[in-house]
Design a protein around this ligand. Structure first.
Ligand SMILES: Cc1cc2nc3c(=O)[nH]c(=O)nc-3n(C[C@H](O)[C@H](O)[C@H](O)COP(=O)(O)O)c2cc1C
Length: 332
């Protein structure tokens, strides 16, 4: 009997595969289907800083500016504002509904960057029943006067502030836009993160030649996209006191095994579920088990970190040393 269990953020997971935030984790039906097909935990779709701030602005507008006439005040709100106003309340209701309906660990997700009032929302998510909280923190600076150090400090302040508002485990979903992502990972952990997800998949920018305008697209990934996550996970393994989750480009059972060997305790998947449906999870888990039987592994724990920077016979694969070798041996 193969043991696929692993620990992440203090939860004992039945296997390492977590559903990353996506439209599937946006509905109870999607989450139930994931549970039925073997998912170990779920990250809910994100509640965005802009949504919470928008709600606060609407509330301020209502309470302080137009409080002389209720009916009149309502007319000031365009329909989309009313809709946004409901968003964060709906999110809280959704968290408690999901918690009542499944036995899975449920990780609520906040998406934002600033160290401002919205962060207090973390405590509401905890009260609503979230087992853990993920903070997706990515800021694209368009000011050329803003230094990397300023942005990094802003991130750290945000994590520290959120940590003060919650007692449940905190997972930081990082991006890889740092000169030294490992140093940022260490700082996130010192600021209070219990787990780190490496890495968020950047939203693509393109230009629409018909509309003559810039556009942004969320897009699906492929297995090759996990390269940076593998590299930095292998570098971080055993160097920080936090669990590691590999995200971006985990598409097959073999990808999951590679993530574990680089030092991850879990993986988070979105594209593969959107592409092939929740039932595909069964294939991923089966492929892992078959490989493990063939190679005589008994448990996932045996392989965690076995090809991390500390343990591999070929550490240069993760370093600059092998760059020249890789170029020399390039084949088409
Ligand atoms: C349509 C779509 C919606 C997403 N929504 C969110 C979201 O709300 N919050 C978040 O943190 N990530 C979101 N993501 C990113 C995924 O959670 C995940 O990090 C990314 O797709 C990389 O994982 P993958 O290679 O398994 O797809 C979304 C991705 C897609 C494709």
């Amino acid at each position: 009997m193969i043991d696929l269990t692993t620990n992440y953020l203090g939860f004992k997971l039945k296997n390492p595969v977590i559903a990353s935030a996506s439209p599937i984790t946006n509905s109870l039906g999607g989450i139930k289907r994931l549970e039925d097909n073997g998912i170990a935990a779920v990250v809910l779709h994100s509640l965005f800083e802009e949504q919470i701030n928008h709600e606060q602005k609407v509330l301020d507008h209502f309470l302080y500016k137009e409080n002389d006439s209720y009916a009149e005040a309502l007319e000031y709100f365009p329909t989309d504002m009313q809709f946004d106003n409901l968003d964060s309340e709906h999110y809280l209701e959704f968290v408690s509904e999901v918690k009542k309906s499944t036995d899975l660990p449920i990780i609520a997700s906040l998406n934002g960057v600033s160290d401002a009032g919205w962060i207090k929302y973390g405590s509401k998510l905890q009260e609503a029943g979230a087992d853990a909280l993920e903070l997706n923190i990515t800021y694209i600076p368009t000011s050329i006067d803003m230094s990397g150090a300023e942005i990094e400090d802003m991130y750290i302040k945000t994590v520290k502030n959120l940590r003060q508002h919650i007692s449940i485990p905190l997972n930081v979903k990082m991006n890889s836009y740092f000169t030294n992502p490992a140093s940022m990972a260490k700082r996130f952990v010192e600021a209070g993160a219990n787990g780190l997800t490496l890495f968020d998949n950047p939203i693509n920018v393109d230009i629409d030649l018909e509309e003559l305008s810039a556009i942004q697209n969320a897009h699906l990934t492929n297995s090759k996209d996990k390269s940076e996550s593998l590299r930095w996970c292998a570098i971080l393994y055993k160097k920080i006191h936090a669990d590691l989750c590999i995200n971006t480009g985990i598409k097959t059972g073999q990808d999951v095994l590679k993530a574990m060997m680089s030092g991850a305790n879990s993986v988070a998947v979105a594209s593969i579920l959107l592409e092939k449906g929740e039932k595909y999870l069964y294939n991923m888990l089966l492929e892992m088990e078959q490989w493990m039987v063939e190679k005589e592994y008994e448990s996932i724990n045996q392989m965690i970190g076995s090809i991390s920077l500390n343990h591999t016979d070929n550490p240069s694969a993760y370093e600059r040393n092998s760059y020249m070798y890789a170029l020399k041996h390039f084949k088409i």
